[in-house]
Design a protein around this ligand. Structure first.
Ligand code: HEC
Length: 403
């Protein structure tokens, strides 16, 4: 098949100038539409902010005048400074990114023969170059079990296929601040768990990852490179007995099954699955020395995760496995108000702690995030494609502007 698919040199043709011109026209038009949409959203945001400020001013005025002075002024003061991370979100940029339900799609699936984008992806195309405009459709297709790719065998009736998230980003001289906001959804019980809640303790969990281009696929795929077909709850997850009986149990923590890992840490990833071979490479771990080299070079993905029930912020890394060792200790504040979730995260720009990717001005980083909506766990989350994050750089999709 590969030979048949290979380009034939004799058929190589120059791309006609006419086509290039047409493409440039379409791109300019799309960019203009996107810019207009962004400007409108910004204007809307400023209008709402003005309304809030006016409401606060009025509340403060009437508080002064009224006898129930104390009660009103505390609530007004709260509205004015709803930022316990001590950050001014009015100075942040804002981006809208939708996350979608991926089902069992893993990096092995992306690189395998059932994915239409395999060849272009391997050659360097980003997921969003092909999929940016159809995120909601992909999510809906998969979550309902209607995807012809059969990516979801355990359908959860009425689960939403995608979530529209708004990300505000800003920084000061020491820290990066990200605020994720999105609408809460209806509860859709999972039919395959007692009580319908996979993680009854946490209604919501949010995680994001940051990596440099040194991590394979991170430049195109955000955190998709860490998601494997043999991870916990995925189709080729090994049995717990197999894991605990393996020699690797001395080097990897299998309490939660196989966790996320980078391709670099394995000598081989099975992609074809011929003759029933399991996809993935959990058991092909490289030597401790090789892993230590990656660790030293910070060739890993930095991860921060917030859980709404336990109110825990975990900071860690993904390399040979997910390890939430603490890192720099990011901070978070979260709330669910009037049906809107809001998670604010603060993390240092520069850190020498293991597993922390330092963020420097002038560089562009790879970013991806996921939401475990509605008490879900393991693979039953909504995920983003890969995006770019940078400081004061208009070209990055997530542009953290200076306070
Ligand atoms: C060159 C374009 C291209 C790139 C790059 C690409 N894809 Fe695709 N993708 C496709 C095509 C084509 C399909 C098949 C659509 C179909 O058959 O209906 C597809 C299908 C999918 C599906 C299944 C959708 C469904 O409805 O079942 C998922 C999930 C997916 N891609 C994820 C990704 C991810 C994640 C990346 C990046 C890591 C990526 N794709 C990169 C072109 C691309």
């Amino acid at each position: 098949m590969e030979e048949l698919e290979a380009p034939v040199e004799a058929y190589i043709r120059e791309v006609p100038q006419e086509y290039k011109d047409g493409l440039a026209r379409v791109e300019a038009k799309e960019a203009a539409i996107a810019a207009e949409k962004k400007a409108k959203a910004q204007a809307e945001k400023e209008k709402v902010q003005l309304q809030i400020e006016q409401a606060v001013a009025t509340a403060l005025e009437s508080a002064k005048a009224s006898s129930s002075k104390e009660k009103v002024s505390t609530s007004a003061a709260k509205a004015a400074s709803a930022d316990s991370l001590n950050v001014n979100w009015n100075k942040a940029s804002s981006t809208d990114i939708s996350v979608f339900f991926p089902g069992t799609a893993s990096i092995e699936w992306i690189l395998g023969r059932h994915h239409g984008g395999k060849r272009a992806f391997t050659k360097g195309d980003r997921c969003i170059e092909c999929h940016a405009e159809e995120i909601a459709d992909i999510g809906q297709n998969i979550v309902t079990g209607e995807s012809e790719k059969e990516l979801e065998p355990n359908v959860i009736p009425n689960k939403r296929g995608s979530i529209d998230v708004s990300i505000a980003a800003t920084h000061d001289s020491e820290s990066l601040y990200l605020k994720f906001s999105w609408p809460d959804g209806e509860h859709a019980p999972a039919p395959f768990v007692d009580g319908g809640k996979m993680d009854p303790e946490n209604k919501m969990k949010l995680a994001f990852m940051i990596a440099s281009d040194d991590v394979e696929f991170a430049d195109r795929a955000g955190c998709w490179g860490t998601c494997h077909a043999d991870a916990n709850s995925m189709p080729f997850a090994p049995e717990q007995e197999v894991l605990s009986g393996s020699d690797l149990a001395k080097r990897l923590d299998f309490n939660n099954g196989v966790t996320k890992y980078l391709k670099e840490t394995r000598s081989k990833l099975e992609l074809k699955g011929r003759r029933g071979k399991a996809l993935g490479g959990w058991d092909k771990l490289k030597s401790a020395e090789e892993i230590a080299e990656y660790q030293k070079a910070q060739q890993l993905m930095d991860i921060v995760r917030y859980s709404s029930g336990t109110k825990q912020v975990e900071d860690g890394q993904i390399l040979d496995q997910r390890s939430m060792h603490g890192g720099q200790g990011a901070q978070a504040v979260a709330s669910l108000k009037n049906g809107t979730w809001s998670v604010e995260i603060k993390r240092k720009l520069i850190s020498s702690k293991p597993g922390d990717v330092s963020i420097e001005a002038g560089k562009v980083y790879n970013f991806g995030f996921a939401i475990h909506d509605d008490y879900s766990d393991a693979r039953y989350h909504h995920v983003s494609f890969g995006y770019k994050l940078a400081l004061d750089n208009n070209e990055a999709e997530i542009n953290a502007v200076k306070q």
